[in-house]
Design a protein around this ligand. Sequence first.
Ligand code: DGT
Ligand code: CA
Ligand code: CA
Ligand code: ZN
Length: 609
Amino acid sequence: MTKNEIADALTEIGTLLDLKGENPFKVRAYQSGARVLEALEETELARLIAADELESVKGIGEALAQKIGELHATGKLEFLEKLRASVAPGLVEMLQVPGLGPKKIKALHDKLGIADLGALAAACRDGRVAALEGFGEKTQEKILAGIANREAYGKRHLWWEAWEVAQPIVAGLRALPGVTHAEAAGSLRRGLETVGDLDFIVAARDVVPVVDWFTTQPGVKEVTAKGETKASVRFASGLQADLRLVPAEQFVFALHHFTGSKDHNVQMRQRALARGLRLSEWGLAADDGPDDGGKTVEGGAVSVTAAARPATVKAKVAQTAAQDRVMVRNEEDLFRKLGLHFVPPELREGIGEIETAEQGELPRLVEAGDLRGAFHNHTTASDGRNTLAEMVAAAEALGWEYLGIADHSKASFQANGLSEERLLAQVKEIQELNASQRFKTHVFAGTECDILADGRLDFPADVLAQLDYTVVSVHNAFAQDEAKMTARVIKAIEQPHVTMLGHLTGRLLLRREGYKVDAAKVIDAAIANGVIIELNASPWRLDMDWRLWRKAAEKGLLTSINPDAHETAGLEHVRAGINAARKGWLRKEQVLNTRPKAQVAKYFAAKRG
Ligand code: DGT
Ligand code: CA
Ligand code: CA
Ligand code: ZN
């Protein structure tokens, strides 16, 4: 165990002992022991343990020394495990409610038998907490509000919703006088499907007006921090946002650091160290730390060991630091300084992008501008909220060459699914619309045909043969076990005339888990049958998950970025699909709806046979 992990364990012991009402001196001994450990060097801790000299450190007595030694050697501590088992986990969770410390929690437990947040909320609601000595009405109200906030604010947020909040803020920040750079970093910039909080990085000549502007934006419900270089706010939705102000010369480093991910950052730092450089959120410099013996750094700069520096001459130190600092103009430059091709933010998940960038083999990722249209869209014929003509007009306004319509089939009666007759009438309507040349955008006639519980399709082959294309999806019997669901989906994929599989798992992010299906088997079956698996771009779905795309596409799977739009505005959701496709390392060639209309028509015709 590292010293920080050991320090965490000691802190936890202190908290648990406190919750049990142990002697305060004992509690404090563990808490201050943790602080002492944090201040030690990792190597120094190892040396002290090896030499059996831990007890010589001020603040570490016999009992602590023994426990630290055990944790360091084995990574485990029987004492802590027994202690954990003796305290209800709900009590530990209650510590996260503002205003509740170990003493109050112990009182609630002893006097009212409360051992978790649910019981605590109930006791607040019927006034039992206020009646306790040392609590009162006000405390009770505060506890209840704290529990409610914890539920609302503990959540993650859809990328799309976070993006809608972030966009105007970035634009507003850039427009402020004196702001030279402003960007949204973090998981939002990486295009992750859900976002914990927003991270804005700004370089400005004058920071005060920037902080003032940021903390008074419409929708800001609470300002949780406000300082010279950092501010944090919370929006009504519960979404939080951090603003960090940095000097212009640090902007690129801060942007890279706060874009993350953490794993990517750790690997970048290791790479820098291996090249005699130290990378941080503040800059890139020759690594002249005390542990590298003054070695020569690549690029000609010579590092100076800390010991060799006249420590009393501050100016000299500052001068050395300035000399060692590596200047970069932008992120491309930063990667180049570490011998890497530029890694787009979406790829920065620490899953091989650095090795691939070193070989110069990162793919040229698909871009929003590559899309020429989209399939799998609904109209008022089933459960959409706009008519066929409205949907096509919206596609035309987006500059799309084509729009695919795929309304639900009759088994999806809850979505007003179409019967064979209604479907064929819609095909006729689409043909007439195309012939009228009312819109520049061509319409492909399709269906989102239900995969029935046994894997048969909701429409017979002779009906599907009259369409341009067919999307097949699971919309019922979600509870089937994995083997049954997998066989069901594969059976559907193997039917003639099936062009693509809709939303592989049916998940709804932050709302509902997907049904259980063996993705690897379905991917293989799709490739074998020349069937596309869609990348459903609805911000709630983003299904099939980006984590599966890289390998699947390498094996030869083709995708289509499908907005699954139920109204005109929904067409724009392809933007979220582009994020996921990029996170899945997909190139333009691997996405059907980047192809020109004629090629798409040919692809559909070939599949229909
Ligand atoms: P989120 O907000 O949970 O969706 O995810 P992120 O990636 O936006 O994470 P956040 O907001 O906690 O921090 C932003 C970035 O800052 C993160 O992606 C990487 C960097 N960062 C934060 N904590 C650490 C850390 O302990 N070590 C390193 N190397 N980087 C960190
Ligand atoms: Ca974040
Ligand atoms: Ca953050
Ligand atoms: Zn569907």
